[in-house]
Design a protein. Structure first.
Length: 421
């Protein structure tokens, strides 16, 4: 019998085996590429999602900080909130931190409800009841490294965050205490006999009127410590019943720190970058505001237009009747208040029993928290200056905000940003 037929049969069998192995290898390669794609391409998208989420969270928190005045929020607050959110979001990066986030990636909307299907409006169309702000970050063009083998194209990643203002558990406060009204039964409970819109006066050097300088860590502290709090964010993590003391007399260092919030700086280490001014340096005295009360509305208007103390210090002095030294020249400009400005003159101040500071212990406790408008810079530590009491910082609609820790509806601190979605 011839061997040729057998050789042909074996050859065909081997060829069929090779074909089957090739198919199996091809399938295994596809599966391996799929798993590799899930690991590499999926991980890349997950990282991008995390990066965008960080930016969205930061955007929403920064924007919500500006939504003061609820339940009726002024229309000017919404563009300001959007600008703040976009500015902070663009400080983040995406794609392994290799690509900048741009305005095109960011959508900011405002709404009055978190319910499904709620309307989210642009800053120009937001209603006065829009107490929530939502930032949506979207970035497309993530071309896959491996999954394209399976026919998948570029992907988009999106992240969103929603924030609002909620009462804080604690507070960040400036080192001055508003004196509760003396000799009145109403002074023992909120609002402690104080009247919204009224100006409270005291001598800068030592208080001695309707307010007093205080030390948050008695018996230590002093002028340099208080000056640092004024150029910084104040003292944080404070609560009602926190003990405070009287630090003594304030001098030029504290005066310079105070004036920095009005955009007035002398040559030295303090400037717009390490001691930011308010959005406006425009000041109020009985010369340019003869009624001596209720300047808050005009202040909000001036803040929206970033009005400086004056085109020069001398020009500001003419408006206010003050005698601020030319050593503070040149005054901060509109452009600098716009670029570097922050919420620096609407401040949280403890409400205290000032009569207790004159007792033998020279200490007292915080009884509540006031929202106060810093009205004017200081000529000399020996001069008297005014501030306007706006109301309790925890009141609905208070224009004061803080970097305190967010609480619940029973908290008594000022309204602070908090993520809700």
């Amino acid at each position: 019998m011839s061997a040729r037929p057998h050789r042909r049969v074996h050859r065909a069998s081997r060829e069929r085996s090779r074909g089957a192995v090739a198919i199996v290898v091809g399938l295994l390669l596809a599966v391996m590429v799929g798993f590799l794609g899930l690991a590499v391409d999926g991980g890349r998208l997950y990282l991008a999602k995390t990066e965008l989420q960080n930016a969205a969270d930061a955007c929403a928190l920064a924007a919500s900080y500006e939504l003061t005045g609820a339940p009726t929020i002024p229309a000017a607050a919404f563009p300001r909130a959007e600008a703040a959110g976009r500015t902070i979001a663009k400080q983040n990066r995406v794609a392994f931190q290799g690509s900048a986030i741009t305005d095109a990636d960011i959508t900011v909307g405002f709404g009055s409800s978190l319910a499904a299907g709620s309307l989210w409006s642009s800053a120009g169309a937001a209603s006065a009841s829009s107490k929530y702000v939502r930032c949506t970050l979207t970035r497309g063009g993530f071309a896959p490294y491996f999954m394209r083998v399976l026919g998948l194209g570029a992907s988009s990643v999106q992240a969103l965050a929603t924030a609002t203002l909620t009462p804080a558990q604690s507070n960040c406060a400036v080192p001055l205490g508003v004196c509760k009204a003396a000799g009145s039964s109403a002074s023992s409970s909120p609002p402690f006999g104080l009247t919204a819109g009224a100006w409270v006066s005291g001598r800068f050097k030592d208080g001695g009127g309707n307010w007093n300088w205080i030390d948050f860590s008695p018996p230590s502290g002093g002028e340099s410590e208080l000056a640092a709090l004024l150029t910084g964010n104040g003292m944080c993590s404070l609560n009602v019943t926190t003990p405070v003391g009287q630090p003594g007399n304030m001098g030029n260092a504290a005066a310079k720190a105070w004036n920095s919030r009005f955009g007035l700086y002398q040559t030295g280490s303090t400037n717009v970058t390490n001691a930011p001014p308010d959005f406006t340096g425009y000041a109020y005295t009985t010369t340019d505001w003869p009624s001596g009360k209720n300047a808050i509305g005009d202040f909000i208007t001036r803040r929206a237009s970033h009005t400086p103390y004056g085109s020069t210090v001398a020009a500001g002095n003419t408006i206010t009747g003050l005698s601020i030294s030319n050593a503070y020249n040149p005054t901060t400009t509109v452009a600098q208040h716009t670029q570097y400005g922050a919420d620096r003159r609407l401040v949280i101040a403890p409400i205290i029993d000032c009569s207790a500071l004159s007792s033998g212990s020279h200490t007292t406790t915080v009884q509540g928290w006031a929202c106060v408008l810093m009205l004017q810079p200081i000529d000399s530590p020996n001069d008297t200056l005014n501030m306007e009491y706006i109301g309790l910082s925890s009141a609905i609609g208070s224009p004061c905000a803080s970097s305190g820790v967010a609480g619940d509806s029973t908290s008594v601190g000022p309204m602070v940003p908090a993520l809700v979605q």
